[in-house]
Write a protein that binds this ligand. Structure first.
Ligand SMILES: [Zn+2]
Ligand SMILES: [Zn+2]
Ligand SMILES: [Zn+2]
Length: 153
């Protein structure tokens, strides 16, 4: 994990920003919750545990800075809440999400899988793809298991 922090530090330096202790605390929370999709408030509450002096505005500005530098991506799953999601290192495009309409779980697909679709779009619409957001809505395997075990359904 230290190496990941070091690489993020270098990315900030390259853009003339410093990894201040408060920024570092925010980055650590994101790394510790890499599987989660935290709102600014979620991040703030977690950062406060390790850096009690930090304010919501600072956390918010840090998240915006990390978004600008493409270290995190801001996403919205339709509930009006912006969530901050660490980008996979070295990935050209953003990962996909599976959102369960029963339990609200969010799973990730790290493989792009869209090469064929991208080729069609680039050719037919003469559109140079830089990135994408793909969210699937459906029933997750957990809910599927649960309903197949419940004899009342
Ligand atoms: Zn994600
Ligand atoms: Zn792609
Ligand atoms: Zn589910």
């Amino acid at each position: 994990m230290e190496t990941r922090i070091d690489r993020i530090k270098k990315q900030l330096h390259a853009a003339s920003y410093k990894l201040t202790p408060q920024r570092e605390a925010t980055v650590r929370i994101l790394l510790n919750h890499e599987e989660d999709h935290l709102s600014a408030e979620d991040v703030y509450l977690l950062v406060k545990d390790i850096a009690p002096e930090i304010g919501l505005a600072t956390v918010y500005r840090t998240l915006e800075l990390l978004t600008e530098l493409k270290i995190v991506d801001k996403i919205n799953f339709g509930d009006g809440v912006s969530r901050y999601d660490l980008r996979q290192e070295g990935a050209a495009h953003f990962h996909h999400h599976l959102v369960c309409i029963e339990c609200g779980a969010v799973d990730e697909i790290q493989e792009d899988l869209l090469e064929d679709v991208e080729a069609v779009v680039e050719k037919r619409w003469n559109f140079q793809i830089k990135d994408h957001r793909l969210t699937f809505h459906g029933i997750c395997w957990r809910c599927h298991d649960r309903s197949s075990q419940d004899p009342s359904q």
